[in-house]
Ligand binder design. Sequence first.
Ligand code: ZN
Length: 111
Amino acid sequence: MVDRDVFVQNLGKVKHRKILLIRIGLSLLFIALIAFMWMSKSGVSSSLQWTLKTAATVFFAGLAFWFITLIQKMCRRLELHCPNCHRNLSGPLSHKVLESGQCFQCGVKLF
Ligand SMILES: [Zn+2]
């Protein structure tokens, strides 16, 4: 059982962390795109460009996976999951939890 105010507070924390990670991800993506545009204009060999593009794709896939893991760990630490069905409650349906005080998945009373 969690306190409603603490739940709201923790939702805010996770939201801020998500925004931060999205900003970092988009900045890196932007830098990568600029670098690839520059490379296609300069005389970098196409095989090297292909290798770098593959590496960048793997890097961004890994980064996305890592960010999702970070958020999930944070939600677990801040108790933003249902104690009954373990559903993550910090997503777009969190407003339903706040309105009803219940898990939107299984309906167990949270606060
Ligand atoms: Zn539940």
